[in-house]
Structure formats: C-alpha cells, structure tokens
Design a protein around this ligand. Sequence first.
Ligand code: TRP
Length: 349
Amino acid sequence: MSLLEFFVVQFKSRFVRLFRMKKVLTGIKATGVHIGNWIGAIKPALEMAEDPNVLGLYFIADYHALNSVQKREDLSFRIKDVAATWLGLGLDPSKTIFYKQSDVPEIMELSTILAAIMPKGLLNRAHAYKAKIQSNEEAGKADLDDGVNMGLYTYPLLMTADILAFNADLIPVGEDNAQHLEIARDVASKFNRLFGETLKVPEIFVRKGKLLPGIDGRKMSASYNNHIPVFLAEKKLRKMIMKIKTDSTPPEEPKKYDSNDLITFFEEFSSLDKVKEMKSKYDKGIAWGEVKQELFEEINMSLKDKREIYNHYMEDSAALSKVLEEGAQKAREITSPLLAEVKKAIGVL
Ligand code: TRP
C-alpha cells in the first residue's frame, strides 16, 4: 500500500467510525459553571463519553451568553473559565470533540434556515421568555417585551441548531433545558416532513434523582444567585458552604436527615459509608457548623486535583486556544457536509 493509499484508508475508516458512533452532545452557556451543572449535566455527559461507541460533542455556548454578557473582557473571561472548567472536570479532548460554538459557523447558518420553519408560538412559550414577560407584567410595565432582546427570545432556536447541526443522538441536560429540547425535536421532525429525512430527531436525557439545592434552599441556579461555582478558591468555597441555609435546631438535638439539604450534598459527593456516618451523627446531635465543615472537606477533596487542571488552563491561554481550535476543526468535519445536505434538501444548493 502506498503512503497515499494508507492515508486514504485511515481517513475513510475515521469517517466510518465517526458516523457509526452514537453522538452525545451538550453545551454549557459561557456564563459560568456551578456544581449543579456539574452533577446534572457535565458528569453524566463525561461518563457517557467513556463508552467507546459514543462520540462526545461538548462545547461552550458563547453566543448563547451574549444576550446577557455584553462586555468584551467579561465574555472572554467567561469563555475561558467555562472551557477550563470542562477540562478540569475531566473532559479528554483527544477522545471527545470539544469546541466553542462561535468557531463553528455552520451552526449559525443552520439557525437561519431553521428560523424559517420554526413556529413563532414555540418561542413565545419558551420558559425564560415567558418568565421575563410575566415579571414585566407584574411590574406594571406597558411594554411586556421590555428588556427582551432577540438573543433571549431566540435562545431555543440557536440551541436547536447546536444540536441538529451534528445530527446528535442524545442530549444530556438539566431539567430546565428539557423544554428547549422538545422544541428541537419538533423542529427536526418538521424539517424532515417538509424536505425529506435529513435531520436526526434527538433523544433527551435528564438525569433522575434529587436536584442539588442552592445555598438558600431553592434549586441551584445562577439566576437565583444561590449557586456554588465549581472552581472557587478553597477559602471562598468554604465560605459559600458555611452559608447553606439550615434551621435553628440546637447543636445537641437530634436532626432530621430526610430532605435535609446538607445530606443531599453528602449523597452526591461522599461515599455511602460517609453518608451513613453523617446520618448517625445527625441522630446523636451535631452542630450545623461541624456538618458544613465536613461537607466542605468532602467537596474540596473531590475538586482538588481537578482545580489544578483548571488553574493550568486558566494560566496557559495558548494551550487552551489550541485545544479549542483543534476541536472546532473536528467539529466542522461533521457540520460542513451535513449543512451541504441541508442546503440541497431545501433547494439552495
Ligand atoms: N442552554 C444550555 C445551558 O443552559 C447550553 C446549551 C446551548 C445547550 N446549546 C445547547 C445544551 C445544546 C445542550 C444542547 O447552559
């Protein structure tokens, strides 16, 4: 076999492999990553990518952040932070395709195409937009769309394009993104009905189990500002954990652990033995401060090595850019032929 033939075979088999593998895709908005995102979406996504038959497609949704982050330094820092967080949490860029949304222009082109067939009503009903309208209504504003930009309004459209541009099979997300995925499924089916079978209708994966509470007891969410970012410096992490809301049961009194927020955290971050030990301490009576100190140690321990990787990439921008550039190149090997098919299907090519 000549060298050229060898490369052709290599190239072909890479493609065949790529197309046979099941594609698991998920993104994180470039606003920041909290431990709820980690447990709810990133961890299951990374676990799935360990299967050799799975191709993980993981990305930083930077254009999704632009509707709220509108300062240059701020956005570029957050992109770096989210990218370094993915890597710190264990993403292996040699085994997955890891990229920045804005580096893959086919996504935005597909978004324009899909806009033409996406019913406006679907976007009117999307929860983030609806919540904004409702809060304007409650504030007695005359313009219910006050403060709503098209980026916010079309958020589910761009998300749909993120997914369909890769013909992804399975999308692990947190519960608050499930509605967006229903929209993506609707639009994919509609496209296929109109133009022939071209796009894959993606499956949704929402992790079962308790949602992580935020420090105020509501579900952890950046929009409630009750979240614990993944890679806080140790001291700040400890301070945050000390703020988790508890009741006023005195230290020596036995404590209930059913639906206790601190126990929910232990269940995520500790061994079964440790959870058992903690529960028996609850039975005997323990001060909340002590529980929190132990929880800090558990969470901190599970993040220590990861934080080092995160810090490495935060300090070495060139290394981070290289990872992302290579990822975008691999991503476009998938999106570019698919977009050509889409263009043929609709009749512009
Ligand atoms: N909306 C997701 C978040 O809240 C980010 C995201 C953008 C996404 N596009 C996606 C997730 C496509 C899954 C699939 O962070």
